[in-house]
Design a protein around this ligand. Sequence first.
Ligand SMILES: *[C@@H]1O[C@H](CO)[C@@H](O)[C@H](O)[C@H]1NC(C)=O
Length: 262
Amino acid sequence: MQLSWSTLLTAGLATISVQATPVEVARRATPTVYLAGDSTMARTSGAHMGWGEYLPKYINLPVVNKAISGRSARSYTNEGRFAEIERLIQRDDIVIIEFGHNDGGSPNSANDNGRSACGGTGDEVCRSGKTGELVYTFNKYIENAARSFLNKGARVIISSQTPNNPWEGGVFSQSPPRFVGYAGLAAQRTGASFVDHFWACINMYRRLGNQKTNSLFPQDHTHTNHEGADLVAQAFVQAVARDFNGTTPLKQYLKQPVPTVW
Ligand SMILES: *[C@@H]1O[C@H](CO)[C@@H](O)[C@H](O)[C@H]1NC(C)=O
């Protein structure tokens, strides 16, 4: 029998898929998604809500929302919250890390709030002007956490912080805080995936316009209401679906159809 090219190609593809199968089989059927972040991601009470509570609407995986209001990469580390996630995760779980709202300011000040990181993006250290505690950079805290999860075989997505209301005052304006770029850098250095949630949300708010966007921020320019939290979750999953800043392990678990909000 004469072998045709198509037979040979089919045989070749079959070999490839046979080789690929054991890797797929080894993956856990249903990984768990863990969320580490601040109030903009957390379950909160009152008029505002964090976007992590709406993520389960858009993905086919269980979500454990470990985000806590008021936390920064530094305080989340010092309270042992990254360490708790490290203990909980199993191979193939997915951890999304998103900080930045509470990370600014100066640790050197006499009224250091326990949240500010040192300046820089590397091994710089400084001391708390209040307690004398040794403080590290935002990148040091985030990259340490990401590596500890990756070392356990989990998959990590570092996400940039959500923007404050870009229509505050009725005129569209935005400028990314330094932690947006720092988050991208942390992903690059650790081999984690990156989602630029900041820019995804900015694109969405630009499209929603002044009146609609302002209606989503009932109390201040940082925290959205429930509808806003849902939209901020949609901006995130749309970024995942479009590989906005590269591929992520979450894409294969998105519910279809994926919302389009930007
Ligand atoms: C993420 O991707 C978007 C779209 O290409 C781009 O505008 C943005 O600058 C990227 N973010 C970073 C931090 O590189």
